[in-house]
Design a protein around this ligand. Structure first.
Ligand code: X2X
Length: 351
């Protein structure tokens, strides 16, 4: 048994309580020790961890950190969530294992990487599926998101209602600019750990290598790969422009982060606290989406200023290459007609 005594920096107003406790400790052997078990004055009832793969300056980290602070305040200190950004707890693959085992209570993860556990979660990554954000949010906040969340729930995890934005992905390169689908032929490109990502770049004829984000900067710097693809916002905050020369505006995929909880840990919270936690992380998701929308207005100029060379591409030719390679057929088969139907209802016919 451990007896946790009050923290040493108690305020004067707490002193009487301390004296009482001292009296209890010194006084009566008749009081069983368990009865005087106490907590530090400001220890939380629930001390949980949230982790992500994003730099501390990314809106995802900023807004989730704010949510954690609001949660502490609104729960009267009962729920304290410590934030571990920037792969401090390991790679996405490591953190997903930690989340499943309960070593980590909360984690934001790309649906595509989550698909290694919940296959349908990569459905938003189908190449060129979403025309714009006017299609993304109604789908992910609506029927398509619900379909994915229901599957997530079957795997011991719980996904909050609102996804956080990662963004539309663009291809960077240290060698040549990628102007056409043919330029991807044999191109050594890093992709995150997800069958859909590998399949997409194989369909382009590229040579994709799976690497978790925590190793991307080094992999580019040491030229293990010649390129990678990510939203401009992340290329900026993760300083990938330092190790890349060109960026092709392909918008080949929209990607977002599910806010995931270990179900057991989340359900251990009383209902009123659960409600506060989910509401605050959902509210921060909306704020984070707005942050990225604002960032998107300026990030091109920012990255040009840092020396990255931009190329525009013709989306129809890239999409045509995927079609020709049988990419849409393959994934319609893998997701099945029901899920594919929900996606097409949101974005129109795909294949
Ligand atoms: O790993 C990536 O490229 C990243 C940061 O965009 C994801 O989380 C999928």
């Amino acid at each position: 048994m451990t007896i946790r005594l009050p923290a040493p920096h108690l305020s004067a107003s707490r002193l009487p309580r301390r004296r009482l406790l001292t009296a209890a400790l010194a006084g009566t052997a008749a009081i069983p020790l368990v009865a005087i078990r106490t907590r530090p004055a400001h220890a939380a009832e629930f001390s949980y961890k949230y982790a992500n793969n994003s730099p501390v300056t990314h809106p995802l980290t900023i807004r989730t950190t704010e949510a954690a602070a609001r949660i502490k305040e609104k729960t009267g200190g009962k729920v304290e969530i410590q934030v571990f950004p920037n792969n401090q707890l390991g790679s996405d693959t490591d953190m997903l294992s930690q989340l499943r085992s309960g070593a980590l209570e909360f984690f934001t993860l790309s649906g595509l990487i989550l698909s290694t556990l919940v296959p349908v979660a990569s459905i938003n990554g189908v190449g060129f599926a979403f025309k714009d954000y006017g299609q993304v949010w109604p789908a992910m906040d609506g029927a398509l998101g619900r379909l994915v969340r229901d599957e997530i729930a079957k795997r011991g995890l719980y996904a909050f209602g609102k996804m956080y934005d990662n963004g539309y992905r663009q291809i960077t390169s240290a060698t040549k600019p990628i102007k056409t689908p043919e330029d991807l032929n044999g191109f050594k490109i890093r992709v995150p750990a997800s069958p859909l990502w590998t399949s997409l770049f194989k369909a382009f004829g590229a040579s994709p290598t799976t690497i978790n984000f925590n190793e991307v900067y080094t992999a580019l710097q040491t030229r293990v790969v010649d390129g990678q693809e990510n939203p401009l916002s992340l290329i900026d905050v993760a300083k990938l422009y330092e190790v890349q020369k060109h960026v092709a505006i392909t918008n080949h995929m929209w990607d977002g982060f599910w806010f995931l909880a270990n179900k057991r840990a989340f359900e251990a919270l009383p209902a009123n606290l659960r409600e506060i936690v989910e509401a605050e992380f959902n509210a921060s998701a909306i704020a984070e989406r707005e942050d990225l929308a604002k960032m998107n207005d300026t990030v091109t100029a920012t990255l040009k200023g840092k020396g990255l060379q931009f190329v525009d591409t013709d989306a129809a030719s890239f999409r045509g290459a995927l079609k020709k390679a049988g990419f849409y057929e393959e994934w319609r088969g893998k997701f099945g007609p029901e899920a594919w139907g929900v996606l097409e209802k949101a974005v129109g016919g795909l294949a």
